[in-house]
Write a protein that binds this ligand. Structure first.
Ligand code: FES
Length: 331
């Protein structure tokens, strides 16, 4: 993790003032705390300053310290401690914070950082050419159970593969970050087991994934209107004509877990649907992909993770062909 220091004086503005609207909000926020404890408002005020300016400037830290009657060093300690505060200008569309702590590292955060280096900038905390994107490594963000993960603004994106992170970065770069639902990017509700419930199966009420919580207060950017997400649409019926044809279990079913994005639970679900071979998956039509995607509530993951391309390579020549096509071993 990088050392957290204030940005160079050459980029620091001479002064800071809250906008009229934010100044009114700041006054009301300070009033929420008991007399003598106003300093507790330092984090919300600093966050609001960041939302206004895009990062936390020295002038903002000092102005907020003055507003709360606290020494500059105390406010500076807060700003430099929490990685939620950006101490220098970052990408205007997304600043990707990749967790590099042990659980995330063991589950592939280095591959996520490689994506950031390739798509954004080889150096952390430096923007891409257009100034729209930047990235950095941060310490544990408290979502270890869904490792590996990244934070973008106030949202977390979890259970990521490099392909998924590339997709997310592309959406933010296109100004359409709100198309991506924060949270787990696999078939999992919050931190529940991947692929659905494994206990209390006699319960009839199915957990529904609620809409993402609204961000606190006014967000910096106005969210683009979002299309209804496939995850929120009804699960397609097993009788649907677009359901891929099932086959009887062969003597030696293929190891579907070699397809990146398919774990043991998902493999079992596919098997329940009569899908046992790479050949079957490789031949899915667009309508069949959409059916499986909807059935598994995948929100486009089959195409993003290139299941068909992976299955085609595995069907054609096993691991050797996979390595030829993807330049790496299947997982
Ligand atoms: S280790 Fe990455 S979120 Fe905790």
């Amino acid at each position: 993790m990088s050392v957290r220091r204030l940005a160079d004086e050459s980029v620091q503005p001479a002064s800071f003032a809250f906008s009229k609207e934010n100044a009114t909000w700041a006054k009301a926020t300070i009033k929420k705390y008991p007399k003598g404890r106003e300093q507790s408002a330092v984090i919300p005020l600093m966050m609001r300053a960041q939302e206004q300016e895009g990062w936390v400037t020295r002038a903002a830290i000092e102005t907020i310290a003055d507003m709360l009657g606290m020494p500059y060093i105390r406010a500076l300690e807060v700003a430099t401690f929490y990685t939620q505060f950006m101490l220098k200008p970052v990408g205007t569309r997304a600043h990707v914070q990749v967790c590099g702590t042990t659980p995330c590292m063991l589950r592939g955060s280095e591959a996520l950082m490689d994506v950031c280096k390739r798509k954004i900038n080889k150096n952390p905390l430096e923007t891409n050419e257009s100034g729209t994107l930047s990235w950095e490594e941060v310490e544990c963000q408290g979502a270890c159970v869904n490792a590996p993960m990244v934070v973008i603004f106030k949202d977390t994106y979890e259970d990521l593969s490099p392909t998924q992170l590339e997709y997310i970065i592309d959406r933010f770069e296109a100004g359409k970050g709100s198309d991506v639902t924060p949270g787990p990017q696999i078939d999992r509700i919050y931190s529940a087991p991947e692929g659905g419930l494994t206990t209390l199966l006699e319960e009839t009420a199915k957990p529904k994934r609620p809409a993402a919580p609204k961000t606190v207060d006014t967000p910096v950017k106005k969210a683009a209107p979002t299309a209804p997400k496939p995850a929120e649409t009804e699960k397609p019926s097993l009788e649907d004509k677009n359901r891929p044809a099932a086959v009887a279990k062969p003597e030696q079913p293929d190891d579907l877990k070699l397809i990146s994005g398919v774990g043991p639970k998902l493999e079992a679900t596919l098997n329940e649907l009569g899908i046992y071979t790479y050949e079957q998956i490789a031949k899915w039509t667009k309508k069949e992909i959409d059916w499986v995607d909807g059935y598994l509530k995948f929100r486009g993951r089959i195409e993003r993770d290139e299941w068909l391309k992976q299955a085609k390579a595995l069907a054609k020549g096993g691991e050797a062909e996979y390595i030829k096509v993807f330049g790496k071993k299947p997982r």
